[in-house]
Write a protein that binds this ligand. Structure first.
Ligand SMILES: [Zn+2]
Ligand SMILES: [Zn+2]
Length: 325
């Protein structure tokens, strides 16, 4: 076979031409001269086609893939903003093709779908987080961290509104799946109770649209808390299906159901270390770490340590230590 252009004898022809002549004549990449990129003025998201995305150079490169001639393998498309140039590299069988094209990228101001929704107050679910007692600052911080850190991982989720109400927080969430995930997460982390309710929000395309409310009730106690139940003092050792309590008077552990904790009152106290002055069967004498007076504490078992952890409650001191510790 001979090339009609240069007359060279070759084993394969492209449109009657040898590879060399074919590459000279043919255009393999024909991008448009101008493309419009819409930029969301709120979040910086970009759109050329239908989707809002991040990363100008990648979006342009992806968009231009369809302008590569059929049958040519696209190796890479690089947009160089400084020179407003696109470099195309492709393969025709074993031959590398490179073409450079000028492209005028026009940036247009816009507002992306998500920001539109946020601005319009759109939401699909409410996370209503309450404490059995008013949530502490620390708890609120921790909940915020959980919500917003997970939000960053989800592309389509957003919080339309956050409100501190009735000692808790309401999050208005733009994605119901995200709301469900977070509700489940908070339930597990805080050993909280959860209930879900839905209300009719209106109609869309003839279909009824429901909004979900996830009510999360965070217990006032957590692992390590001290509680009073029916006049007795307990430390919460663990929270599983049941609550593991340590009775500071008897030195025994008991397990109770979460519903039994309704009658538990949180005891506001702090563990302190105290020096042991003398030890007897069933009682020790310690130096009160606040007043430096010697006080006697009844103990459910024999103490062996020279220093013990104690707490005070209603004018009485208790040894926190467990047997054998
Ligand atoms: Zn030729
Ligand atoms: Zn946006």
């Amino acid at each position: 076979m001979f090339c009609v252009e240069c007359g060279k004898e070759v084993s394969k022809l492209y449109n009657g031409l040898c590879v060399k002549c074919y590459l000279k004549k043919e255009i393999f990449f024909s991008p448009p001269k101008k493309i419009d990129v819409f930029v969301c003025r709120n979040c910086g998201a970009l759109k050329i086609n239908k989707k809002w995305e991040k990363g100008m150079d990648e979006i342009i490169a992806n968009f231009l893939k369809k302008y590569v001639k059929k049958g040519i393998e696209c190796v890479e498309i690089n947009f160089i903003p400084e020179s407003k140039e696109v470099v195309f590299k492709g393969m025709l069988n074993d031959v590398l093709i490179e073409e450079r094209k000028k492209i005028d990228v026009r940036v247009k101001n816009s507002l992306c779908e998500m920001c539109c929704r946020i601005k319009g107050g759109y939401f699909e679910a409410i996370l209503q987080i309450r404490g059995e007692q008013q949530l502490t600052k620390k708890e609120i911080e921790r909940i915020d961290d959980i919500v917003y850190e997970n939000l960053e991982k989800k592309e389509k989720a957003f919080v339309t509104k956050r409100e501190e109400r009735h000692g808790g927080i309401d999050y208005y969430i733009g994605d119901k799946h995200f709301a469900a995930d977070i509700a489940k997460m908070l339930k597990e982390i805080f050993h909280a109770e959860m209930n879900v309710s839905s209300s009719l929000a209106g109609k869309k395309d003839g279909k009824e649209v429901y909004r979900l409310t996830y009510g999360i009730r965070i217990p006032a106690y957590s692992k390590g808390s001290y509680v009073e139940i029916e006049g007795k003092l307990y430390k919460i050792e663990d929270i599983r299906k049941k609550i593991h309590l340590y009775d500071l008077t008897t030195g025994r552990g008991i397990h109770v159901y979460k519903k039994d904790m309704k009658k538990a009152k949180i005891v506001d106290t702090e563990e302190k270390e105290a020096v042991v002055l003398s030890i007897k069967e069933g009682e020790i004498e310690i130096m009160d770490p606040e007043t430096f007076n010697a006080i006697t504490i009844l103990t459910p078992f024999k103490i062996k340590e020279n220093v013990v952890k104690i707490i005070k409650w209603k004018g009485k001191a208790y040894v926190v230590q467990k047997k054998g510790n």
